[in-house]
Every structure is written in structure tokens, then in C-alpha cells.
Ligand binder design. Structure first.
Ligand code: CA
Length: 229
């Protein structure tokens, strides 16, 4: 039976989740602050984590980071902060899904079922790729050029990671928006162009002999690699 760790400091919310998830057949454990969450994560090795962001002590981002450095355990973020930026931050940092409060408990159960049904996402893909002097660590969500980590805003980093996962494939701006930023993203195609521009800027020292982020006029963009190892 899959065991789920609920990390939520509000007892009423935690209780509701526990009742519904138990009814759905899951074994449920609770943690009410950051330290307890990390302790229980290490000892219980849960099948899935429901993780609130605002917590006493270590917050949800800190917990997400701690876990992602060690494990690909599915994580559903839970928060009152329903802003698109928080959603992007969470997904960029390795959360598998995102639920905003107030929520319908049945919906949480449905999402948990869905995430646990997914094929292992982080486990079955390559954790890192080296394209010459460019090294991409998908698990850590970090990109290094000549050994130095590139500094990108989360939205741009997500775009770069997505394209790097699919080298030498062309994506239209619409595809990139839909697949990377989500269909509820409200920006324009122009946002993709600007993001690509910023990505190219931080990657300007990537030797052209190794690869480039290429514009295909009238089509879109492609992460080209000429030197793969
Ligand atoms: Ca909270």
C-alpha cells in the first residue's frame, strides 16, 4: 500500500487530507513543521509527499530542495499562493504537481492517484547530459558552462531544460509555451523570444562547435548539439 506523507502545519487541513486519502486506501503519515517533515521523509521513505509551502522552520521550498537532492519521490505542492510564478517555481524545482488552497479533497485524491500512476519520470530519464563544455543536471535543475552554474530565472531555466531534453528537435513558440509554461500561461509568443534571448546571452561562451540554440525562421527554436558525449 503506498504511503503518503502530508506536510502541512494547519491541523484542520492535514486532518481532512488524512481522512480522504485513508479512505482512498493510502497509508497516511503527517508532519506539521519542516524539521519533522525531513525526519519523517528519511525514516518513512514515503511513496508520495503532499507539501505545503508556508511552514514553521524549514519551508516547503527548503524541503523540496532537500528531497530533490536525494530522491525522485513524487511531490505535490499545496499552497494558498495560487500565483503562476509560484507554480512555475515549484515545477521548476522538481515538484510533480501543484494544488492551490482552498481545494476540494476529492480533487487532491484524484491528483495523488494520477501522479502515482505516472511512469517514473525522474527515475527513467537520464539525470544529466554533457554537451561538450555544457553540462545539464536535470535532477538538480542546474546547467553548467565551463564548470560555472548558469544564472537564469526559473521560467527561462525551465525552457532551457525542456529543450535540452529534446536536442535537435524543433519546437514552435506555441509548443514551448504549452509544454513548458502550461496552457494557463498568459504571456505571448514574444515572451518565448525574450526568454531565448536571455538564454543565449548566458550561454554565449558555449562554443558553436558544440551546439547552439537555433532559430528556425517561421518554425521556432531548436536546441542543436553537435558534440554529444
Ligand atoms: Ca501553511
Amino acid at each position: 500500500m503506498p504511503n503518503i506523507l502530508i506536510v502541512e502545519d494547519e491541523p484542520a487541513i492535514s486532518r481532512v487530507l488524512k481522512v480522504y486519502l485513508s479512505k482512498a486506501g493510502y497509508q497516511v503519515e503527517q508532519a506539521f513543521d519542516g524539521e519533522e517533515a525531513l525526519r519523517k521523509f528519511d525514516s518513512l521513505k514515503p511513496s508520495l509527499l503532499i507539501l505545503d509551502i508556508m511552514l514553521p522552520g524549514i519551508d516547503g521550498w527548503g524541503i523540496l530542495k532537500y528531497i530533490r537532492e536525494r530522491s525522485s519521490c513524487p511531490i505535490i505542492m499545496l499552497t494558498a499562493l495560487g500565483k503562476i510564478n509560484h507554480k512555475l517555481d515549484g515545477l521548476n524545482q522538481g515538484a510533480d504537481d501543484y494544488i492551490t488552497k482552498p481545494f476540494i479533497a476529492d480533487e487532491v485524491v484524484a491528483r495523488v492517484n494520477a501522479v502515482l500512476r505516472r511512469p517514473l519520470q525522474l527515475g527513467d530519464v537520464q539525470e544529466s547530459m554533457n554537451y561538450g563544455t555544457l553540462k545539464i543536471n536535470f535532477k538538480a535543475h542546474a546547467v553548467y558552462l565551463h564548470g560555472v552554474e548558469l544564472s537564469l530565472i526559473p521560467r527561462d531555466l525551465a525552457l532551457l531544460l525542456f529543450m535540452a531534453r529534446h536536442p535537435n528537435q524543433t519546437f514552435t513558440r506555441e509548443q514551448l509555451i504549452e509544454q513548458v509554461w502550461g496552457i494557463d500561461y498568459e504571456g505571448s509568443d514574444r515572451a518565448v523570444d525574450l526568454a531565448i534571448k536571455r538564454i543565449r546571452k548566458v550561454m554565449e561562451n558555449w562554443p558553436l562547435s558544440e551546439g547552439e540554440v537555433k532559430t528556425l525562421r517561421g518554425l521556432g527554436y531548436q536546441f542543436c548539439v553537435y558534440h554529444k558525449k
